[in-house]
Design a binder for this molecule. Structure first.
Ligand code: UDP
Length: 465
């Protein structure tokens, strides 16, 4: 087949959550720019719609809904596991229809599925199509997940009750401590062990694509490559390689006008991502600390993110007073634009991997307040490996909030952190430029599709630890 005349198709299967949709759509954009047609197969939940950025993409939705009672009672982990149970058959049906409809030269080059949409592995295997796992986190978190997938739940729970153990290094994962491991706030340890077991099992996948770069975690990437018997392609940060907007919520751009009125590098931007929540008590401590720091702040408070409240209406008058002095609140921000704004001096974040990469990509130092999962791994790396962040650990009290903001924005230490952040920004930018490691990695992946060297039939054994 003549490669040049053929526009082959890639099927993408996202997890229906912002932090997963964003990078897989960026991946789609990157592959589209390399000449592939893109089909996105989605579930009924949190669907991305065709926008200017994806006008050439095909969007298909598979049937399969959870009951109302499931939706009310299941935590995020069980929701994902249930979704995997109910979608396998409908995905197979959808893929078989696509195969029947495909015209000559529109053959499916591969199915790329989010590691948590593991139901997607069976259909390509049956139809002898290559499948590829897409990891929206980083190699370090992937390695941690494979470690956690094998721990004994009972023993781990006992260990974690001991503060001394919590603060000690986890064997073989230096500099991560027990408490930095990606356990989940959204489910039990048994659920997370089960889910990680499924996610790290690459089944019959021919490759793993990961939204990371060797300048960020070369030893974890090597370790992952050794562990998996298929090629690992680190092609990130994808938001720099192929920016594309896939926000599931409406962005409030009024905050950019507000930012434009602030002095350079003075504003603290606060966001806990698309799922993070905060108790009223913590909101008040945070507002007092920010206010006492004398720095302006832009705060994303998502509707529903304060337990028991639609938005901020349940917060006491004191909160509005503290915020009105020097703050600005939005329900959802155009985060990339915010981080790019010269007024932003620091990002107080839950350290989701996308937020982390976006902050690194703009050279913005971080205050790390991880909540769950890989956020704890990222926070530890931000503070002690890349040294471009400071952790806000323990109980949230106004004094520590004030101190950490001053450390980052006012103190000399902050200037050093900022310098390192700018250095890292330059390194990640170089990795996606022509000749850079991520750019070459993407090229190699595309090449493996074009030459059809990405094998579809080999059954890859899952390697034990
Ligand atoms: N985000 C945004 N506006 C906001 C808050 C978050 O656009 O007000 C985006 C952010 O840019 C990032 C994504 O939502 O791309 C959140 O992903 P992340 O991995 O950081 O965290 P998660 O939401 O998965 O916990």
């Amino acid at each position: 087949m003549d490669k040049k005349q053929v526009k082959r198709r890639i099927v993408l299967v996202p997890v229906p959550a912002q932090g997963h949709v964003t990078p897989i759509m960026q991946l789609g954009k990157a592959l589209h720019s390399k000449g592939f047609s893109i089909t996105v197969i989605q579930t009924q939940y949190n669907r991305v719609s065709s926008s200017q950025d994806f006008s050439d993409f095909q969007f298909l939705t598979i049937p399969g809904t959870l009951t109302d009672s499931d939706l009310k009672t299941l935590g995020a982990l069980q929701f994902l596991m249930k979704l995997n149970e109910i979608c396998e058959a409908s995905f197979k049906h959808c893929l078989s229809q696509l195969l029947q409809e495909q015209g000559s030269g529109d053959d499916i080059a591969c199915v790329i599925y989010d590691e948590y949409m593991y139901f997607s592995a069976a259909a390509p295997k049956e139809f002898q199509l290559p499948s590829v796992v897409f990891s929206t986190t980083n190699a370090t978190a992937f390695v941690c997940r494979s470690v956690l997938a094998k721990v004994n739940a009972d023993k781990f729970l006992i260990d974690m009750k001991d503060p001394e153990v919590q603060n000690s290094l986890f064997p073989g994962l230096d500099p991560l401590r027990y408490k930095d491991l990606p356990t989940s706030a959204f489910g039990t340890i048994e659920d997370i062990i089960k889910l990680y077991g499924e996610a790290v099992n690459t089944r019959t996948a021919s490759a793993v694509i990961i939204n990371s770069a060797s300048c960020l975690e070369s030893s974890s990437l090597s370790r992952l490559q050794l562990k998996l018997q298929v090629p690992v392609y680190p092609i990130g940060p994808l938001h720099i390689a192929a920016s594309a907007s896939s926000s599931l919520l409406e962005e409030d751009k009024s905050c950019i006008e507000w930012l434009n009125k602030q002095k350079p590098r003075t504003v603290i931007y606060i966001s806990l991502g698309s799922l993070g929540r905060m108790e009223t008590k913590d909101m008040l401590e945070m507002a007092s600390g920010l206010s006492n720091s004398n720095q302006p702040f832009l705060w994303v408070i998502r509707p529903g993110s304060i337990p028991g409240s639609d938005w901020t209406e349940s917060l006491p008058e004191e909160f509005s007073k503290l915020v009105s002095e020097r703050g600005y609140i939005v329900k959802w921000a155009p985060q990339m634009e915010v981080l790019r704004n010269p007024a932003v001096g620091g990002f107080l974040s839950h350290c989701g991997w996308n937020s982390t990469l976006e902050s690194i990509g703009e050279g913005v130092p971080m205050i790390c307040r991880p909540i769950t999962g890989d956020q704890k791994v990222n926070a530890r790396y931000l503070e002690s490996v890349w040294r471009i962040g400071v952790q806000l650990e323990g109980e949230l009290v106004k004094e520590t909030v004030e101190r950490v903001v001053k450390r980052l924005i006012v103190d000399e230490e902050g200037a050093d952190i900022r310098k390192r952040a700018i250095d890292l920004k330059e390194k990640v930018e170089a990795s996606v430029r022509s000749g850079g490691s991520s750019c070459s990695s993407l090229h190699n992946f595309v090449n493996s599709l074009q030459t059809k060297s990405l094998c579809s039939f080999e059954i890859v054994p899952v390697q034990s630890q």
